[in-house]
Design a protein around this ligand. Structure first.
Ligand code: NAD
Length: 468
């Protein structure tokens, strides 16, 4: 038998046995996930350093702590999230019980990218386990060291009859996608997102697509340039710019651009020293392929800061570009590296128009001392998430949904949103087998009087406490 088929059959049997349904089982799996993070902290830090030259600081903040806090949140709230949700009723169902039951989908597939290889694998996994599913986890084959830990160590902490880690790249994933899953959660590029969605459509499998794109960052004239530069620099060059929610380009007036340039230089030197290549705090590009792509982008416009690269170390300096044309590759594709173009616009209206002429981004940023300006950008644009006067801080809140809109994706997760994403919301109404007399008015022979009464009885009621 095909080994994939064999694994999927095993997982389906485990799901059908009902093993994953009790809260105690889900909690035990989540505790196992927490122990995996605690026991293997150094192993994970080393793997992240090997794959991306990720500093311990960035690895702790963006990979380990965030995964652990999702585990803790799910453990604290599991019982509440799993409870049936009572809903309001109409007159006709006043004596009945109406509720939403959160059911696990069954067998779910989680496909992850390489840029936050731990976070983007484990955070969806928390939601899938909490919701009571069996899981096939497909980490990225490009972040090899983390993939190895996830394949060899993680399963020791979880019930292996309910979880399988699948390895491989596009060919193996395509083969996996030929099989039927009950839900697919994909994080990655829009082009692969289309492949995943097309494969899911063959089985009518629902999907969440967490995709990427170009995130605009508007900087108003009314701002403190050094504060803006500190914040933009940290978020742009965090993980060497390989972040789906990183500010991709700055939109500002020519005057603000001139004030921002020395402030950006100042921030870059303070954060990474005079020689950023020797800084332990700056990551590296994941692969030769991405290095070459980014090296190509350094030729767009004019280099105002940085611009150096070293292929032997997959190093690209924190770079700021000016005078780029909209038609150049750096403004056509998601940069996904430590390069920041400053694009000039003459007004806020022009900036909003620039943003709205493009695909809806995953994140949008607006910096201004004026709350009206920030509110205008928020009101007149659309994006997956929005943060005023900072970078991607909004995604550190598990109380906010994380996900894209339009070309940046569909669906949402983090915290309770993850639990809901991996649950089927089943509409349930439990009626009394008696009191048939009341139902008489809905049966033929129909009459105008019965119709009037029935329409009133079926009207949405605000209050569920009134009796007939
Ligand atoms: P990718 O789309 O190349 O790969 C993602 C996953 O899909 C990997 O596991 C890979 O093995 C698999 N895959 C690749 N090609 C495939 C194919 N032809 N058929 C089936 N599966 C295939 O993405 P990436 O390079 O790993 O990650 C970078 C992209 O991910 C960027 O566009 C970035 O914006 C996006 N991203 C989005 C988020 C988010 O939360 N929205 C987070 C991180 C990254």
């Amino acid at each position: 038998m095909d080994p994939v088929e064999d694994t999927l059959r095993r997982l389906r049997e485990a799901f059908s046995s009902g093993r994953t349904r009790p809260a105690e089982f889900r909690a035990a799996q989540l505790q196992g996930l927490g122990r995996f993070l605690q026991d293997n902290r150094q192993l994970l830090l080393d793997a992240l350093a090997q794959d991306l030259h990720k500093s311990n600081f960035e690895a702790e903040v963006s990979e380990i702590a965030i995964s652990q806090s999702e585990v803790d949140l799910a453990l604290r709230n599991l019982q509440t999230w799993m409870k049936d949700e009572k809903v309001s009723k109409n007159l006709a169902t006043q004596l009945d019980s109406a509720f939403i039951r959160k059911e696990p989908f069954g067998l779910v597939l989680i496909i992850a990218p390489w840029n936050y290889p731990l976070n983007l694998t484990l955070v969806p996994l928390v939601g899938a386990i909490a919701a009571g599913n069996c899981v096939v986890l497909k980490p990225s084959e490009i972040s090899k060291s983390v993939e190895k830990v996830l394949a060899e160590v993680l399963p020791c902490y979880l019930d292996q009859s309910c979880l399988a880690v699948a390895l491989g790249g596009p060919t193996e994933t395509a083969r996996l996608l030929e099989h039927r899953f009950d839900y697919i959660f994909f994080t990655g590029s829009p082009s692969v997102g289309k492949i995943v969605m097309a494969a899911a459509a063959k089985h009518l499998t629902p999907v969440t697509l967490e995709l990427g794109g170009k995130n605009p960052c508007y900087v108003d004239d009314d701002c403190d340039p050094q504060t803006v530069a500190n914040r933009v620099t940290w978020f742009r060059y965090f993980n060497a710019g390989q972040t789906c929610v990183a500010p991709d380009y700055v939109l500002c007036s020519p005057e603000t651009r001139e004030r921002l340039l020395p402030a950006l230089q100042n921030a870059i030197t303070r954060f990474y020293g005079d020689d950023p290549q020797s800084s332990p705090n700056l990551g590296r590009i994941i692969s030769q392929k991405h290095f070459k792509r980014l090296q190509g982008l350094l030729g767009c416009g004019r280099v105002a800061i940085g611009g150096q690269s070293d292929e032997s170390e997959l190093y690209i300096a924190p770079t700021v570009l000016v005078d780029v044309q909209e038609t150049e590759p750096v403004m056509q594709e998601e940069i996904f590296g430590p390069i920041l173009p400053l694009v000039t616009v003459r007004s806020l209206d022009e900036a909003i128009d620039f943003i709205n002429r493009r695909e809806k981004p995953l994140a949008l940023y607006a910096f201004s001392n004026s709350s009206q300006v920030v509110q205008r950008v928020l009101a007149q644009t659309s994006s997956g998430g929005f943060c005023g006067n900072d970078g991607f801080m909004h995604m550190t809140l598990a109380s906010l949904p994380f996900g894209g809109v339009g070309a940046s994706g569909m669906g949402r997760y983090h915290g309770k949103f993850s639990f809901d994403t991996f649950s089927h919301h089943r509409a349930c109404l439990l009626r009394s087998p008696g009191m048939e007399k009341i139902n008489d008015l809905r049966y033929p022979p129909y009459s105008p009087h019965n119709l009037r009464v029935l329409l009133v009885a079926m009207e949405e009621r605000r209050c569920s406490c009134t009796l007939l």
